[in-house]
Ligand binder design. Structure first.
Ligand SMILES: [Zn+2]
Ligand SMILES: [Zn+2]
Length: 453
Protein backbone atom coordinates (compact mmCIF):
# COMPACT_ATOMS: atom_id res chain seq x y z
CA UNK A 1 0.00 0.00 0.00
CA UNK A 2 1.12 3.57 -0.55
CA UNK A 3 0.44 6.64 1.56
CA UNK A 4 0.64 10.32 0.51
CA UNK A 5 -0.28 13.22 2.84
CA UNK A 6 -2.21 15.84 0.87
CA UNK A 7 -2.79 18.41 3.63
CA UNK A 8 -0.15 20.39 5.49
CA UNK A 9 2.63 18.36 7.07
CA UNK A 10 4.25 20.93 9.35
CA UNK A 11 1.09 22.31 10.93
CA UNK A 12 -2.36 21.07 11.91
CA UNK A 13 -3.44 22.20 8.44
CA UNK A 14 -5.92 20.35 6.27
CA UNK A 15 -6.45 16.70 7.00
CA UNK A 16 -6.43 14.70 3.76
CA UNK A 17 -4.43 11.56 2.99
CA UNK A 18 -4.24 9.25 0.02
CA UNK A 19 -4.00 5.50 0.49
CA UNK A 20 -3.43 3.42 -2.63
CA UNK A 21 -3.65 -0.34 -2.97
CA UNK A 22 -3.17 -2.39 -6.16
CA UNK A 23 -3.91 0.57 -8.44
CA UNK A 24 -7.00 1.70 -6.50
CA UNK A 25 -7.17 4.84 -4.42
CA UNK A 26 -8.93 6.10 -1.33
CA UNK A 27 -8.62 9.44 0.44
CA UNK A 28 -9.21 9.61 4.17
CA UNK A 29 -10.65 13.03 5.03
CA UNK A 30 -10.97 15.96 2.66
CA UNK A 31 -10.25 18.95 4.89
CA UNK A 32 -9.45 22.59 4.30
CA UNK A 33 -6.66 24.38 6.14
CA UNK A 34 -8.12 26.92 8.60
CA UNK A 35 -4.83 28.87 8.52
CA UNK A 36 -5.31 29.80 4.88
CA UNK A 37 -8.05 31.11 2.64
CA UNK A 38 -8.85 30.45 -1.00
CA UNK A 39 -7.08 27.77 -3.06
CA UNK A 40 -4.13 27.63 -0.61
CA UNK A 41 -6.44 26.10 1.99
CA UNK A 42 -7.34 23.09 -0.18
CA UNK A 43 -5.71 19.65 -0.11
CA UNK A 44 -2.92 19.33 -2.69
CA UNK A 45 -4.67 16.89 -5.01
CA UNK A 46 -2.13 17.72 -7.74
CA UNK A 47 0.35 15.52 -5.81
CA UNK A 48 -1.70 12.49 -6.87
CA UNK A 49 -0.27 12.70 -10.42
CA UNK A 50 -2.41 10.37 -12.50
CA UNK A 51 -3.73 8.36 -9.55
CA UNK A 52 -7.45 7.90 -9.26
CA UNK A 53 -9.61 8.29 -6.17
CA UNK A 54 -12.68 6.05 -6.00
CA UNK A 55 -13.65 6.44 -2.36
CA UNK A 56 -13.29 9.05 0.37
CA UNK A 57 -13.71 8.27 4.07
CA UNK A 58 -14.72 11.26 6.19
CA UNK A 59 -13.85 10.89 9.87
CA UNK A 60 -15.77 13.83 11.37
CA UNK A 61 -17.41 17.13 10.53
CA UNK A 62 -14.74 19.64 11.58
CA UNK A 63 -13.78 22.00 8.78
CA UNK A 64 -10.15 20.83 8.69
CA UNK A 65 -11.52 17.37 7.76
CA UNK A 66 -14.42 18.29 5.39
CA UNK A 67 -13.76 21.72 3.81
CA UNK A 68 -12.16 20.13 0.71
CA UNK A 69 -15.06 17.76 -0.04
CA UNK A 70 -16.45 19.84 -2.97
CA UNK A 71 -12.93 20.01 -4.42
CA UNK A 72 -12.42 16.23 -4.20
CA UNK A 73 -15.86 15.72 -5.74
CA UNK A 74 -15.12 18.11 -8.62
CA UNK A 75 -11.84 16.41 -9.36
CA UNK A 76 -13.15 12.83 -8.97
CA UNK A 77 -16.90 12.95 -9.74
CA UNK A 78 -17.24 9.16 -9.34
CA UNK A 79 -16.09 9.25 -5.73
CA UNK A 80 -18.30 7.92 -2.89
CA UNK A 81 -17.92 9.65 0.50
CA UNK A 82 -18.26 7.24 3.43
CA UNK A 83 -19.00 8.42 6.99
CA UNK A 84 -21.23 7.80 9.99
CA UNK A 85 -24.82 9.03 9.84
CA UNK A 86 -24.23 11.75 12.46
CA UNK A 87 -21.16 12.98 10.55
CA UNK A 88 -23.25 13.07 7.39
CA UNK A 89 -25.90 15.29 9.02
CA UNK A 90 -23.30 17.60 10.57
CA UNK A 91 -21.15 17.75 7.43
CA UNK A 92 -24.07 18.76 5.23
CA UNK A 93 -24.93 21.54 7.65
CA UNK A 94 -21.33 22.73 7.95
CA UNK A 95 -20.69 22.75 4.18
CA UNK A 96 -23.77 24.87 3.48
CA UNK A 97 -22.78 27.21 6.32
CA UNK A 98 -19.26 27.46 4.87
CA UNK A 99 -20.63 28.27 1.38
CA UNK A 100 -22.73 31.10 2.85
CA UNK A 101 -19.85 32.40 4.97
CA UNK A 102 -17.38 32.44 2.06
CA UNK A 103 -19.87 34.38 -0.09
CA UNK A 104 -20.61 36.86 2.69
CA UNK A 105 -16.93 37.49 3.36
CA UNK A 106 -16.20 37.97 -0.34
CA UNK A 107 -19.13 40.34 -0.92
CA UNK A 108 -18.49 42.44 2.19
CA UNK A 109 -14.77 42.61 1.29
CA UNK A 110 -13.36 40.89 4.41
CA UNK A 111 -11.85 38.23 2.12
CA UNK A 112 -10.15 38.76 -1.25
CA UNK A 113 -10.81 35.17 -2.24
CA UNK A 114 -13.72 34.09 -4.36
CA UNK A 115 -15.75 31.36 -2.62
CA UNK A 116 -14.24 27.92 -3.24
CA UNK A 117 -17.73 26.47 -3.55
CA UNK A 118 -21.36 27.52 -3.40
CA UNK A 119 -24.60 25.80 -2.32
CA UNK A 120 -25.00 24.13 -5.70
CA UNK A 121 -21.59 22.49 -5.39
CA UNK A 122 -22.62 21.21 -1.97
CA UNK A 123 -25.98 19.97 -3.39
CA UNK A 124 -24.00 17.92 -5.92
CA UNK A 125 -21.33 16.52 -3.60
CA UNK A 126 -23.74 15.36 -0.89
CA UNK A 127 -25.51 13.11 -3.41
CA UNK A 128 -22.43 10.90 -3.13
CA UNK A 129 -22.53 10.61 0.68
CA UNK A 130 -23.03 7.10 2.08
CA UNK A 131 -23.37 6.45 5.80
CA UNK A 132 -22.33 3.41 7.84
CA UNK A 133 -22.82 2.35 11.46
CA UNK A 134 -19.78 1.95 13.70
CA UNK A 135 -17.97 -1.37 13.57
CA UNK A 136 -19.82 -2.71 10.54
CA UNK A 137 -17.22 -3.52 7.84
CA UNK A 138 -18.14 -2.41 4.35
CA UNK A 139 -16.45 -3.40 1.05
CA UNK A 140 -15.22 -0.43 -0.96
CA UNK A 141 -16.61 -1.36 -4.39
CA UNK A 142 -14.09 -1.62 -7.28
CA UNK A 143 -11.16 -1.79 -4.83
CA UNK A 144 -9.77 -4.72 -2.85
CA UNK A 145 -10.30 -2.87 0.39
CA UNK A 146 -12.82 -2.97 3.19
CA UNK A 147 -13.55 -0.07 5.57
CA UNK A 148 -14.64 -0.23 9.20
CA UNK A 149 -15.43 2.89 11.24
CA UNK A 150 -14.57 2.89 14.97
CA UNK A 151 -15.97 5.41 17.45
CA UNK A 152 -13.18 7.88 18.29
CA UNK A 153 -14.50 10.00 21.19
CA UNK A 154 -13.59 13.34 19.58
CA UNK A 155 -16.95 14.69 18.47
CA UNK A 156 -20.49 13.51 17.75
CA UNK A 157 -20.18 11.02 14.84
CA UNK A 158 -16.38 11.00 14.86
CA UNK A 159 -14.58 7.86 13.73
CA UNK A 160 -11.20 6.26 13.32
CA UNK A 161 -10.85 4.35 10.06
CA UNK A 162 -9.69 0.77 9.62
CA UNK A 163 -8.84 -0.22 6.04
CA UNK A 164 -8.20 -3.90 5.36
CA UNK A 165 -6.77 -5.21 2.09
CA UNK A 166 -7.33 -8.69 0.56
CA UNK A 167 -4.37 -10.13 2.43
CA UNK A 168 -5.96 -9.06 5.74
CA UNK A 169 -3.41 -6.30 6.34
CA UNK A 170 -4.96 -3.63 8.57
CA UNK A 171 -4.19 0.07 8.29
CA UNK A 172 -5.76 2.23 10.98
CA UNK A 173 -6.11 6.02 10.78
CA UNK A 174 -6.91 7.55 14.18
CA UNK A 175 -8.01 10.94 12.82
CA UNK A 176 -8.70 13.21 15.83
CA UNK A 177 -8.94 11.07 18.95
CA UNK A 178 -10.08 11.43 22.51
CA UNK A 179 -9.61 8.47 24.79
CA UNK A 180 -11.29 10.16 27.74
CA UNK A 181 -14.96 10.96 28.24
CA UNK A 182 -16.11 14.54 27.69
CA UNK A 183 -19.37 15.74 29.32
CA UNK A 184 -21.75 14.38 26.66
CA UNK A 185 -19.77 11.76 24.78
CA UNK A 186 -17.64 8.89 26.10
CA UNK A 187 -14.01 8.22 25.22
CA UNK A 188 -13.04 6.43 21.97
CA UNK A 189 -12.97 2.67 21.38
CA UNK A 190 -10.19 1.29 19.25
CA UNK A 191 -9.37 -2.09 17.74
CA UNK A 192 -6.63 -4.10 19.45
CA UNK A 193 -4.18 -5.14 16.77
CA UNK A 194 -3.32 -3.31 13.53
CA UNK A 195 -0.41 -3.51 11.10
CA UNK A 196 0.01 0.19 10.35
CA UNK A 197 -1.16 3.04 12.59
CA UNK A 198 -1.55 6.52 11.09
CA UNK A 199 -1.83 8.73 14.16
CA UNK A 200 -2.68 12.34 14.85
CA UNK A 201 -0.35 14.19 17.25
CA UNK A 202 -2.15 17.50 17.85
CA UNK A 203 -1.06 17.73 21.52
CA UNK A 204 2.41 16.22 20.99
CA UNK A 205 4.11 19.47 22.01
CA UNK A 206 1.77 20.23 24.91
CA UNK A 207 3.21 19.05 28.24
CA UNK A 208 0.48 20.78 30.29
CA UNK A 209 -2.38 18.82 28.71
CA UNK A 210 -1.13 15.59 30.28
CA UNK A 211 -1.06 17.08 33.79
CA UNK A 212 -4.71 18.13 33.98
CA UNK A 213 -7.88 16.09 33.95
CA UNK A 214 -11.27 17.12 32.74
CA UNK A 215 -12.59 16.91 36.31
CA UNK A 216 -9.85 19.15 37.73
CA UNK A 217 -10.43 21.68 34.94
CA UNK A 218 -14.18 21.55 35.60
CA UNK A 219 -13.63 22.39 39.26
CA UNK A 220 -11.29 25.25 38.40
CA UNK A 221 -13.75 26.55 35.77
CA UNK A 222 -16.64 26.53 38.27
CA UNK A 223 -14.56 28.28 40.93
CA UNK A 224 -13.48 31.06 38.58
CA UNK A 225 -17.01 31.36 37.22
CA UNK A 226 -18.43 31.78 40.74
CA UNK A 227 -15.86 34.44 41.57
CA UNK A 228 -16.85 36.52 38.53
CA UNK A 229 -20.59 36.15 39.18
CA UNK A 230 -20.06 37.02 42.86
CA UNK A 231 -18.58 40.37 41.83
CA UNK A 232 -21.58 40.95 39.49
CA UNK A 233 -19.47 40.28 36.42
CA UNK A 234 -20.24 38.65 33.10
CA UNK A 235 -18.38 35.66 31.69
CA UNK A 236 -17.81 35.25 27.97
CA UNK A 237 -16.95 31.72 26.83
CA UNK A 238 -15.94 31.82 23.15
CA UNK A 239 -16.62 28.39 21.65
CA UNK A 240 -16.33 26.52 18.42
CA UNK A 241 -19.97 25.92 17.50
CA UNK A 242 -19.51 22.24 16.68
CA UNK A 243 -18.74 20.06 19.69
CA UNK A 244 -17.11 22.35 22.22
CA UNK A 245 -20.24 24.52 22.54
CA UNK A 246 -22.48 21.55 23.36
CA UNK A 247 -19.98 20.06 25.81
CA UNK A 248 -19.67 23.40 27.67
CA UNK A 249 -23.46 23.82 27.81
CA UNK A 250 -23.81 20.27 29.16
CA UNK A 251 -21.24 21.05 31.85
CA UNK A 252 -23.05 24.27 32.84
CA UNK A 253 -26.28 22.22 32.96
CA UNK A 254 -24.62 19.77 35.37
CA UNK A 255 -23.43 22.65 37.56
CA UNK A 256 -27.00 23.94 37.74
CA UNK A 257 -28.57 20.55 38.43
CA UNK A 258 -26.16 19.81 41.24
CA UNK A 259 -26.88 23.21 42.82
CA UNK A 260 -23.35 24.49 42.25
CA UNK A 261 -24.50 27.21 39.84
CA UNK A 262 -27.45 29.49 40.54
CA UNK A 263 -30.11 28.57 37.94
CA UNK A 264 -31.19 32.22 37.90
CA UNK A 265 -27.91 33.23 36.22
CA UNK A 266 -28.83 33.42 32.53
CA UNK A 267 -26.85 31.53 29.88
CA UNK A 268 -26.94 33.19 26.46
CA UNK A 269 -26.37 31.35 23.17
CA UNK A 270 -27.05 32.15 19.52
CA UNK A 271 -27.00 31.12 15.90
CA UNK A 272 -25.64 27.96 14.34
CA UNK A 273 -24.54 26.60 17.69
CA UNK A 274 -28.21 25.97 18.54
CA UNK A 275 -28.75 24.05 15.29
CA UNK A 276 -25.81 21.79 16.12
CA UNK A 277 -27.25 21.24 19.61
CA UNK A 278 -30.49 20.04 17.99
CA UNK A 279 -28.50 17.45 16.01
CA UNK A 280 -26.77 16.32 19.22
CA UNK A 281 -30.21 15.87 20.80
CA UNK A 282 -31.80 14.12 17.82
CA UNK A 283 -29.03 11.49 17.71
CA UNK A 284 -28.76 10.84 21.45
CA UNK A 285 -30.14 7.29 21.35
CA UNK A 286 -28.23 6.23 18.22
CA UNK A 287 -24.71 7.45 19.03
CA UNK A 288 -22.38 6.77 21.98
CA UNK A 289 -23.45 8.87 25.01
CA UNK A 290 -22.66 9.00 28.70
CA UNK A 291 -26.33 9.79 29.43
CA UNK A 292 -28.62 9.18 26.43
CA UNK A 293 -31.50 10.99 28.17
CA UNK A 294 -29.58 14.25 28.40
CA UNK A 295 -30.59 16.98 25.92
CA UNK A 296 -28.50 20.10 25.31
CA UNK A 297 -31.68 22.08 24.61
CA UNK A 298 -32.92 21.26 28.14
CA UNK A 299 -30.15 23.44 29.55
CA UNK A 300 -32.18 26.64 29.72
CA UNK A 301 -30.68 29.23 27.39
CA UNK A 302 -31.65 32.73 26.34
CA UNK A 303 -31.15 33.99 22.81
CA UNK A 304 -28.26 36.44 22.64
CA UNK A 305 -30.27 39.47 21.47
CA UNK A 306 -29.96 40.89 17.97
CA UNK A 307 -30.24 44.62 18.66
CA UNK A 308 -27.21 46.55 19.83
CA UNK A 309 -29.00 47.99 22.86
CA UNK A 310 -30.38 44.64 24.04
CA UNK A 311 -26.98 42.98 23.57
CA UNK A 312 -25.32 45.62 25.72
CA UNK A 313 -28.00 45.20 28.36
CA UNK A 314 -27.51 41.42 28.38
CA UNK A 315 -23.76 41.83 28.89
CA UNK A 316 -24.27 44.21 31.82
CA UNK A 317 -26.14 41.77 34.08
CA UNK A 318 -24.26 38.90 35.79
CA UNK A 319 -24.53 36.25 33.10
CA UNK A 320 -22.75 33.61 31.01
CA UNK A 321 -22.37 34.01 27.24
CA UNK A 322 -21.48 30.91 25.24
CA UNK A 323 -20.83 32.39 21.80
CA UNK A 324 -18.89 31.47 18.65
CA UNK A 325 -16.32 31.75 17.22
CA UNK A 326 -13.92 29.90 19.49
CA UNK A 327 -10.89 31.84 18.28
CA UNK A 328 -12.83 35.11 18.45
CA UNK A 329 -12.17 35.96 14.82
CA UNK A 330 -13.34 39.41 13.70
CA UNK A 331 -16.98 39.86 12.70
CA UNK A 332 -18.24 37.17 15.08
CA UNK A 333 -20.41 37.44 18.19
CA UNK A 334 -17.66 36.37 20.57
CA UNK A 335 -15.30 39.00 19.15
CA UNK A 336 -17.98 41.68 19.45
CA UNK A 337 -18.86 40.69 23.02
CA UNK A 338 -15.18 40.59 24.05
CA UNK A 339 -14.72 44.15 22.81
CA UNK A 340 -17.64 45.21 24.99
CA UNK A 341 -16.39 43.69 28.25
CA UNK A 342 -12.60 43.72 27.96
CA UNK A 343 -12.14 47.14 29.60
CA UNK A 344 -14.03 46.25 32.79
CA UNK A 345 -12.21 44.33 35.53
CA UNK A 346 -15.49 42.85 36.80
CA UNK A 347 -15.88 40.70 33.69
CA UNK A 348 -14.01 37.68 32.35
CA UNK A 349 -13.21 35.85 29.12
CA UNK A 350 -12.78 32.11 29.63
CA UNK A 351 -11.09 30.37 26.71
CA UNK A 352 -11.88 26.68 26.47
CA UNK A 353 -10.32 25.59 23.19
CA UNK A 354 -7.26 25.87 21.01
CA UNK A 355 -6.23 29.53 20.55
CA UNK A 356 -4.00 30.18 17.56
CA UNK A 357 -1.45 32.87 18.41
CA UNK A 358 -2.19 35.17 15.48
CA UNK A 359 -5.97 35.18 16.01
CA UNK A 360 -7.76 37.41 18.57
CA UNK A 361 -8.28 34.67 21.21
CA UNK A 362 -4.56 33.84 21.09
CA UNK A 363 -3.61 37.51 21.19
CA UNK A 364 -5.86 38.11 24.18
CA UNK A 365 -4.24 35.19 26.03
CA UNK A 366 -0.78 36.45 25.22
CA UNK A 367 -1.61 40.03 26.22
CA UNK A 368 -3.03 38.78 29.54
CA UNK A 369 0.05 36.60 30.19
CA UNK A 370 2.33 39.58 29.53
CA UNK A 371 0.11 41.85 31.62
CA UNK A 372 -0.17 44.16 28.63
CA UNK A 373 -2.17 47.34 29.11
CA UNK A 374 -4.12 47.00 25.90
CA UNK A 375 -5.11 44.51 23.25
CA UNK A 376 -6.44 44.71 19.69
CA UNK A 377 -9.31 42.28 19.16
CA UNK A 378 -10.77 43.95 16.07
CA UNK A 379 -8.49 45.95 13.79
CA UNK A 380 -11.33 48.33 12.88
CA UNK A 381 -11.87 49.18 16.56
CA UNK A 382 -8.18 49.28 17.50
CA UNK A 383 -6.57 48.91 20.95
CA UNK A 384 -8.76 48.42 24.00
CA UNK A 385 -7.63 48.64 27.63
CA UNK A 386 -7.17 45.11 28.93
CA UNK A 387 -8.75 45.04 32.37
CA UNK A 388 -11.01 41.97 32.45
CA UNK A 389 -9.92 38.57 33.73
CA UNK A 390 -8.64 36.19 31.06
CA UNK A 391 -8.34 32.51 31.82
CA UNK A 392 -7.64 29.43 29.75
CA UNK A 393 -9.16 26.02 30.51
CA UNK A 394 -8.22 22.75 28.89
CA UNK A 395 -11.35 21.00 27.71
CA UNK A 396 -9.66 19.59 24.66
CA UNK A 397 -11.35 17.11 22.34
CA UNK A 398 -7.94 15.54 21.70
CA UNK A 399 -5.95 12.85 23.47
CA UNK A 400 -2.93 14.01 25.45
CA UNK A 401 0.42 12.88 24.10
CA UNK A 402 0.78 10.29 26.86
CA UNK A 403 -2.62 8.87 25.89
CA UNK A 404 -1.47 8.70 22.26
CA UNK A 405 1.64 6.77 23.27
CA UNK A 406 -0.55 4.41 25.30
CA UNK A 407 -2.83 3.95 22.30
CA UNK A 408 0.12 3.09 20.07
CA UNK A 409 1.28 0.51 22.65
CA UNK A 410 -2.21 -0.99 22.84
CA UNK A 411 -2.72 -1.23 19.07
CA UNK A 412 0.71 -2.73 18.66
CA UNK A 413 1.40 -1.77 15.03
CA UNK A 414 4.57 -2.69 13.11
CA UNK A 415 4.68 0.80 11.63
CA UNK A 416 3.51 4.25 12.78
CA UNK A 417 2.91 7.22 10.49
CA UNK A 418 2.59 10.57 12.28
CA UNK A 419 0.25 13.20 10.82
CA UNK A 420 -1.89 16.19 11.93
CA UNK A 421 0.55 17.90 14.27
CA UNK A 422 3.10 20.69 14.30
CA UNK A 423 6.76 19.80 13.72
CA UNK A 424 7.57 20.05 17.44
CA UNK A 425 4.69 17.70 18.24
CA UNK A 426 5.88 15.07 15.76
CA UNK A 427 9.48 15.38 16.91
CA UNK A 428 8.45 14.71 20.51
CA UNK A 429 6.43 11.65 19.46
CA UNK A 430 9.30 10.32 17.32
CA UNK A 431 11.78 10.66 20.20
CA UNK A 432 9.43 8.99 22.69
CA UNK A 433 8.61 6.11 20.37
CA UNK A 434 12.31 5.50 19.66
CA UNK A 435 12.77 5.19 23.42
CA UNK A 436 9.79 2.99 24.17
CA UNK A 437 9.84 0.70 21.15
CA UNK A 438 13.28 0.80 19.50
CA UNK A 439 12.28 -1.66 16.73
CA UNK A 440 9.17 0.25 15.69
CA UNK A 441 9.25 1.86 12.26
CA UNK A 442 8.10 5.50 12.50
CA UNK A 443 7.48 7.75 9.49
CA UNK A 444 6.53 11.39 9.29
CA UNK A 445 6.17 12.12 5.57
CA UNK A 446 6.13 15.62 4.11
CA UNK A 447 3.21 17.04 2.18
CA UNK A 448 2.97 15.19 -1.14
CA UNK A 449 5.69 12.68 -0.19
CA UNK A 450 4.87 9.08 -1.12
CA UNK A 451 5.75 6.35 1.36
CA UNK A 452 5.17 2.62 1.34
CA UNK A 453 3.05 1.36 4.24
ZN1 LIG B 1 -11.51 17.59 14.82
ZN1 LIG C 1 -8.54 17.90 13.17
Amino acid sequence: MEFIPLGSSTDIGASCHYIGCNGHGVVVDAGADPNHEGPDSLPKLAALKGRHVEHAIITHAHHDHIGGIPEVYERFPQVAFHMTEATRTLTEMMLYASARLQRRRYTEGSSQHRPLFDEEDVDAAIQSFVSHPYERPHALGSTDMEVNLHYSGHLLGSAGVCLTDVSGRRVFYTSDTNLNAQTIIPGGRYPKQVDVLISECTLGADPVAETVTRKSEERRFLKRLQAVLDRDGTVLVPVFMLGRAQEILAMLGQFRRSGRLDPEVPIYTAGGLRNVSRIYDATRYDTPRLDPDFEVSCVEQRFFPRSYKAKRRALREPSIHVLSSGMMIENTLSNWAANQIVENEKHAVFLVGFAKEDLPAGQLLQAAAERAESVVLDRRIGPKVLACEVERFRFSGHSSRQDLLGLIDAMNPGKVVLVHGETAARDWMIAQLADRQPGLEVASPELGERIEI
